[in-house]
Design a protein around this ligand. Structure first.
Ligand code: SF4
Length: 421
């Protein structure tokens, strides 16, 4: 009993630490006409490029990502603009080593997507490209066209439980679980790595249903299984209000870790069959990244830049200013350090030497209170100048990362509601 009170207290602290830090640091201001994310690029570094494709056939009510109902004319035009933006990026002498294409459903307009990927490969020396998809766009002939272009295909499944798929508004659009399983079976192994995204702690999700999701995912032989907790934010709270919240998050997370203990843990919610460096969370492996496309974020030299959400505004900025940012938030030194701590430790470990190289100060000096708190609650242990998360720490970092994403949703909500800055 005493332990459970202490844990609840700890989880509340973790949640409010991230919320408070990023609530104030995500202090978004509209950018001036002279601001440009390209002024914050270091030509000696190689970056991760994030490309956003904001179209879906089905707007799932629980989903907080930036997306519009798909329209072929609009998406053809959008991809054309995206390729222009990629050429502009190239003109700034930027090095890109890794690309993550997210959405939305990037494969919704496969021909245009493929043209865009080919352009990226032609202009940059890219080591790997990851691409998200929904389960409706994984026909064998489409995925075969990605051979040699995409290294990792990440399929958003969320659950194999038909009752849950119905309550999430996915059953009618994406089909029942049997149908989805058959589609996945046909394409596993076509590109080098296939990954499945699941959500746990859904309303009405039982332990049996969760175990079934993990067992099916394992039996499909996919290279990676990613299990996100359901995240509640301003953008989906109305939909989620109708359900009784599931209070099993910690228990479910422990079950997932136990069931996937024969896998390698890439970060706190991602597990791979082999020892690939498969990290679905691009922010945890790349301290800085560049975002292209409508609604994409970039994080460069302590600045979070936000691209235009509205497609017309995105196109106008691309043509007039050659940069599509509309807003930014500049993090203080302390906020940058906390962001680094959160995103790096989320992948399991943090090297004190790398921290010092990055910030010019010892972590023990700059974040002494946070470090003491993490030690006191037994969230970390140290070995050879490296900090590792304990089992308890892993769960706390799940809470913290979810809170961080909720803060990012706060930014999306500002623009979705057309709040004037
Ligand atoms: S869950 Fe996937 S398919 Fe559904 S709205 Fe979100 S991005 Fe689109």
């Amino acid at each position: 009993m005493k332990n459970s009170i202490k844990n609840t207290f700890l989880y509340n602290i973790a949640d409010s630490l991230v919320t408070k830090t990023f609530e104030s640091s995500v202090n978004i201001i509209r950018t001036s006409k002279d601001d440009s994310k390209f002024n914050h690029i270091n030509s000696k570094l190689s970056y991760l490029l994030y490309i956003h494709v904001p179209f879906c056939d089905n707007l799932c009510p629980f989903c907080t990502f930036h997306k519009y109902q798909h329209n072929i004319k609009e998406s053809n035009n959008y991809f054309k603009n995206l390729r222009e933006e990629i050429k502009i990026l190239k003109s700034h002498n930027v090095k890109i080593n890794s690309v993550y294409i997210g959405g939305g459903s990037p494969l919704i307009n496969a021909d245009e997507l493929i043209k865009t990927i080919k352009l990226v490969k032609e202009l940059f020396c890219v080591e790997d490209i990851s691409c998200e998809t929904d389960p409706n766009h994984i026909e064998l002939n489409t995925i075969e066209k990605l051979k040699g272009l995409v290294k990792r295909l990440s399929i958003g499944i969320q659950s194999f439980d038909d009752t849950l798929l119905k309550s999430m508004g996915r059953y009618d659009k994406f089909g029942n679980s049997e149908n989805i399983i058959n589609r996945i079976k046909k394409i596993v192994g076509v590109v080098p790595q296939t990954s499945i995204d699941l959500i746990f702690n859904l309303p009405n999700q039982s332990e049996e249903s969760l175990r079934n999701d993990i067992n099916i995912s394992k039996s499909l032989g996919v290279d990676q299984i990613v299990t996100y907790p359901l995240m509640n934010s301003k953008l989906n709270s109305k939909f989620l209000e109708q359900f009784i919240p599931n209070t099993n998050r910690e228990n479910f997370y422990n079950i997932i870790c136990e069931m996937l203990k024969d896998y390698n843990q890439n970060n706190m919610w991602s597990f791979s069959k082999d020892e690939y460096n498969l990290d679905d969370e691009y922010i945890s492996k790349h301290n800085e990244y560049i975002g292209l496309g409508s609604g994409a974020f970039s994080y460069l030299q302590g600045n979070l830049f936000v691209n235009a959400f509205n497609l017309k505004e995105y196109e106008e900025l691309l043509k007039s200013k050659k940069d599509t940012i509309i807003a930014k938030s500049t993090f203080s030194q302390k906020e940058q350090a906390l962001y680094y701590l959160l995103s790096t430790l989320f992948s399991g470990s943090l090297s004190l030497e790398n921290y010092k190289k990055m910030f010019g100060k010892e972590l023990e000096v700059q974040l002494n209170k946070e470090l003491a708190l993490m030690k006191y609650f037994n969230l970390i242990h140290m070995e050879d100048e490296t900090i590792f998360l304990t089992k308890k720490g892993s769960y706390v970092f799940i809470i913290m990362m979810s809170s961080f994403y909720s803060q990012m949703d706060r930014v999306r909500a500002m623009f979705r509601q057309k709040r004037v800055l």
